[in-house]
Design a protein around this ligand. Structure first.
Ligand code: KIV
Ligand code: ZN
Length: 517
């Protein structure tokens, strides 16, 4: 059996089904390129038959990505398979991923089909897909709740019809690790042609066992793991890529398996996803959370000082999160900044570089240490923000336990300067109320979050705001050492994106895609 585990990333498909994780086309392409840099073997780019937009995103990703396979998901029906093939066929290494449910409950209530009909659809759809594309994956949806001997027949049929990869999903996160490992081993032993395919697993996290089940299946012989960055996905999410990878790496003595992942790209990848979907990485998140390498208790700190391995089983460096990564101070040069940005994959023009350099210098005047995360936030603000209809000129705010929270703002609104002051229940509320009156709109605020980009009281606050008006939603982001200023900028950014979507609903606000490699 091969000692390589293929990493199939489905952040852009199953991950995007996670509430609030919708991405536009430009954001998807940007993330796909980062996944390529991370070293995943297969990117599942979307579900092309779902909508025109999905089809186009998959086709764009297929054209942009060269070093990994690009898969399109489809049901086991010809028109879906045609759509998937149409979207991925331009890829350097295309894959069609077709699926059908095989559990009694899904077949009876969802599909209204008998076992015989499902077997027939499996055969026909895989054979049809294999006639179009040499690389076909077949998934038996809800496999973990399917009758094992029926599953043996389905898998055998799919392999006979030309499937090179067989995926056994735990669709509803029902399986238990040992039981799931046994199911994989059972199928590999009982399916007569199992040696002709790679067995894959796809585990949901409803009982918090997505990663444990994935690892149990790998231990039992599965050689493809379907995962997402930060574990985003349908309902409670999917197995998290970073957790599966670091388990395989840190416990190489136990698994003795390889992957093609460049672990130093793990943190940049999860952080990029978090910026795109506007959801901060929780501080307690395994591997990538802010606390994952923080040692609070005196006993632990003492142990760490004596020997880091007393309480640290992996280093922040190994996932690309360097705590000593101070990149720039007042006296650092433009060249150092450029090479750091190159390392992160940002290709800026000379003019953009000058703009970022100046903004980083200004930040270094306010903040003792400027970390790479700060620089990335500046790049997103300076280079990739959309043209502004509404602009902040200045802001002052007052609050305290003996004052009525008040904000005074000067803004440019459609080319005209306006000044106003208003109150609120707190300083942020006062700022948002004032902005609403200045721009004469009243969107609904559906999400507001603040995240300290790095440690220390002088850290930049990164604010994400989600707005909704007339069924159109938009996410705005901004950062600043002053969280009230960051909040105002994020709110205005969301208003600009809302206005852009309204004026041209088909146009994607592609602030993350342009200019990047
Ligand atoms: O969870 C699931 O079963 C899936 C399949 C379509 C692979 O996402
Ligand atoms: Zn799934």
């Amino acid at each position: 059996m091969s000692d390589k585990v293929y990493i199939f990333d489905t952040t852009l498909r199953d991950g995007e089904q996670s509430p609030g994780a919708t991405m536009n086309m430009g954001e998807k392409v940007r993330l796909a390129r980062q996944l390529e840099r991370l070293g995943v073997d297969i990117i599942e780019a979307g579900f092309p038959a779902a909508s025109r937009g999905d089809f186009e995103s998959v086709a764009q990703i297929a054209a942009a990505v060269k070093d990994c396979q690009v898969a399109g998901l489809c049901r086991s029906v010809q028109k879906d398979i045609d759509a998937a093939w149409g979207a991925v066929k331009g890829a350097a290494q295309p894959r069609i991923h077709t699926f059908i449910a095989t559990s009694d409950i899904h077949m009876k209530f969802k599909l209204g089909k008998t076992r015989e009909q499902v077997l027939e659809m499996t055969r026909d759809s895989v054979a049809y897909a294999a006639g179009l594309c040499p690389n076909v994956e077949f998934s038996a949806e809800d496999a973990s709740r399917s009758e094992p001997d029926f599953l043996v027949q389905v898998v055998r049929t799919a392999i006979d019809a030309g499937a090179a990869v067989i995926n056994i999903p735990d669709t509803v996160g029902y399986a238990q690790p040992q039981e799931y490992g046994e199911l994989i081993a059972y199928l590999m032993a009982k399916v007569p042609n199992s040696h002709k395919a790679i067995f894959s697993v796809h585990c949901h996290n409803d009982l918090g066992l997505g990663v444990a089940n994935t690892l149990a299946a790998i231990k039992a012989g599965a050689r493809q793991a379907e995962v997402t960055l930060s574990g985003i996905g349908e309902r409670a999410g999917n197995a998290a890529l970073e957790e599966v990878i670091m388990a395989l790496n840190v416990r190489k003595d136990y698994y003795n398996l390889e992957t093609g992942i460049n672990t130093s790209q793990i943190y940049p990848s999860c952080r990029l996803l978090s910026m795109i979907i506007g959801q901060p990485i929780p501080p307690y998140k395994a591997i990538t959370g802010a606390n994952a390498f923080a040692h609070e208790s005196g006993i632990h700190q003492d142990g760490m000082l004596k020997n880091r391995q007393t309480y640290e089983i992996m280093t922040p460096d190994s996932i690309g999160k360097s705590s000593s990564d101070i990149v720039i101070g007042k006296h650092s040069g433009r060249h150092a900044l450029k090479s750091k940005l190159d390392e992160l994959g940002y290709r800026l023009t000379e003019e953009q570089l000058s703009q970022v350099f100046q903004a980083v210098k200004n930040l270094a005047d306010k903040k003792k240490q400027v970390f790479m995360e700060d620089v990335e936030a500046v790049v997103l603000e300076e280079v990739y923000r959309i043209p502004d209809k509404f602009k902040l000129i200045y802001l002052s705010s007052m609050s305290g336990n003996m004052a009525i929270p008040t904000a005074a703002l000067k803004m440019e609104v459609k080319g005209e300067e306006k000044l106003l002051s208003d109150f609120g229940v707190g300083p942020i509320d006062a700022v948002f109320n004032t902005i609403d009156r200045l721009v004469e709109r009243k969107p609904r605020l559906t999400r507001y979050s603040v995240n300290a980009i790095t440690g220390g009281t002088d850290a930049q606050g990164e604010v994400t705001v989600k707005l909704e008006e007339n069924s159109i939603t938009s996410v705005g982001r901004a950062s600043d050492p002053d969280i009230i200023v960051a909040s105002a900028k994020a709110y205005i950014n969301a208003l600009n994106r809302l206005a852009k979507k309204e004026s041209d609903p088909k146009a994607e606000v592609d602030y993350l895609a342009s200019g990047t490699p």
